[in-house]
Design a protein around this ligand. Structure first.
Ligand SMILES: *[C@@H]1O[C@H](CO)[C@@H](O)[C@H](O)[C@H]1NC(C)=O
Ligand SMILES: *[C@@H]1O[C@H](CO)[C@@H](O)[C@H](O)[C@H]1NC(C)=O
Ligand SMILES: *[C@@H]1O[C@H](CO)[C@@H](O)[C@H](O)[C@H]1NC(C)=O
Ligand SMILES: *[C@@H]1O[C@H](CO)[C@@H](O)[C@H](O)[C@H]1NC(C)=O
Length: 431
């Protein structure tokens, strides 16, 4: 009898997910300024408003943690930042460094980053950054606008810019596009699937790296649903229609890969095969699968190398999972793994590191939306749980499938040739 009880306990424990632990926690987010004068100037002129700086996107590469600070409001000097992946000297609220530089944060300069909410890093250390181009959608006047762009930087080679792609207006509308989240697919020369939460024209944008082209897939399942527009987070009412938002991709090892998505204003999870997204067909209706109902709205989601889908439940201050390999049905397979009404307010986005740790950013976004951030209390957290696996971009054994090359653009090669030519000439003249 005793033995049986012991065995049962073991089974329940192994089935349970490791609890999340708080690794970083900020009352407000600040950055390392180039100088004290510049910091003072920014504070005096409203270019830095502490309560308006919040973290959303998170990704890891080697010993660094990259975070996005979307410019939903004024006073956000840095929209893409970096810090150590683990606390240094036990500092759990580090200041962020502008990434890749202060020049790249310049507001109004369309070759710099304007509004970065998400990015993804591929297994070769190339960071794919989404820039919606528009500024401050929640401020009184919308300060526009640069074209929505995808920018790829090489973290393994001095953050060199490998690709800049401006989305054509018929794919992402200039001024209203909201490039929300991104997943990467190494097949067919490299693909990115991007949710565009544009209120009037929501959809999933497909980008082909090898052909340097893009298109948008639209479907009713990607629109906000009236039944899910209003909800409560930590006693704060939210009333805002938000279309397709979170996106996840089934693991690299799977055949017939699927993209999972959900509008924020929806109780439903959907999937569509990548083969359909890649084919640029105008009517995808017969390929969209409604997988079942969730108990709450979801922002970000992510899948592991073993096909476990993680997603937040906003009204429940919780994170849930669905092991797609264990239970084919989402309706019966989903379950809450973590709920904490204080520390898990608005689970926004997820990430893995190379050591099998799984992370979530919780940012109490409800307070930002209603302008009630109290910077005397903790608002933003990075929480972590050990899973022992890597992200969907890797195979189950932890290795990565072969990744597409990204040749530096023709223009770069020409300028390199010119530089080499000049150097030779100069060497000749000096002699
Ligand atoms: C890709 O397309 C963009 C269009 O925005 C263009 O500026 C860029 O030069 C193209 N890159 C390559 C490598 O063809
Ligand atoms: C790239 O272009 C070629 C030639 O038009 C086409 O056959 C191929 O399917 C395209 N690849 C993608 C991923 O769209
Ligand atoms: C995708 O399909 C649309 C509509 O049929 C078409 O206008 C567009 O040129 C296609 N894009 C690419 C890159 O093939
Ligand atoms: C902000 O938080 C502090 C510390 O918890 C608390 O004393 C204060 O009353 C809060 N302010 C508001 C406006 O809620």
């Amino acid at each position: 009898m005793k033995t049986l009880a012991f065995v049962l306990l073991l089974i329940t424990v192994t089935k349970c997910h490791e609890p999340f632990q708080v690794i970083f926690q900020w009352n407000s987010i600040d950055v390392t300024w180039p100088s004290e004068e510049e910091q003072q100037f920014a504070i005096d002129h409203g270019d830095y408003v502490a309560a308006n700086n919040f973290i959303a996107g998170i990704k890891f590469w080697k010993d660094k943690m990259y975070l996005t600070l979307p410019r939903w409001k004024d006073g956000v000097p840095v929209t893409l930042g970096v810090t150590s992946a683990t606390p240094v000297n036990k500092v759990t609220a580090p200041k962020l460094e502008a990434f890749p530089s202060w020049e790249m944060q310049k507001i109004g300069d369309c070759s710099a980053f304007q509004f970065v909410q998400s990015m993804e890093i591929d297994p070769k250390g190339r960071m794919w950054v989404l820039d919606s181009g528009k500024m401050s959608p929640l401020s009184v006047e919308v300060k526009t606008t640069c074209p929505p762009r995808l920018v790829i930087l090489d973290l393994e080679n001095k953050n060199e810019i490998l690709r800049v792609y401006e989305f054509p207006a018929q794919v992402a509308r200039h001024g209203t596009a909201h490039l929300n989240d991104i997943v990467l697919d190494h097949e067919d020369g490299g693909m990115a699937y991007i949710t565009d939460s544009d209120r009037d024209d929501p959809g999933i944008i497909v980008y082909s790296l090898s052909n340097n082209t893009s298109w948008k897939v639209r479907h009713d399942s990607m629109r906000a649903k009236p039944e899910a527009v209003r909800f409560m987070v930590a006693k704060t009412p939210i009333n805002m229609p938000i279309p397709v938002d979170g996106i996840a991709l089934s693991p690299a090892s799977s055949t017939d890969r699927q993209v999972y998505y959900s509008p924020l204003s929806s109780f439903h999870l959907y999937s569509i095969p990548t083969s359909v997204l890649k084919s640029n067909t105008s009517n995808v209706d017969e390929h969209v699968k409604e997988l079942g109902r969730k108990i709450s709205q979801t922002d970000g989601m992510m899948m592991s190398a073993k096909g476990v889908l993680y997603f937040g439940l906003l009204a429940d201050d919780a994170v849930a999972m669905w092991d797609t390999k264990q239970t084919a049905s989402f309706a019966t397979g989903q379950r809450v793994i973590s709920r904490d009404h204080e520390r898990m307010q608005w689970p926004d986005t997820f990430a893995y590191d190379a050591d099998g740790n799984f992370y979530c950013v919780t940012n109490s976004l409800q307070n930002i939306l209603i302008d009630r951030v109290n910077i005397s209390t903790p608002n933003y957290r990075v929480v972590r749980a050990r899973t022992g696996v890597k992200s969907y971009q890797y195979l189950e054994d932890g290795t990565a499938p072969e990744q597409p090359e990204i040749p530096t653009s023709v223009a770069n090669r020409i300028s390199l040739a010119v530089a080499v030519g000049l150097t030779i000439l100069l060497a000749f003249v000096v002699q």
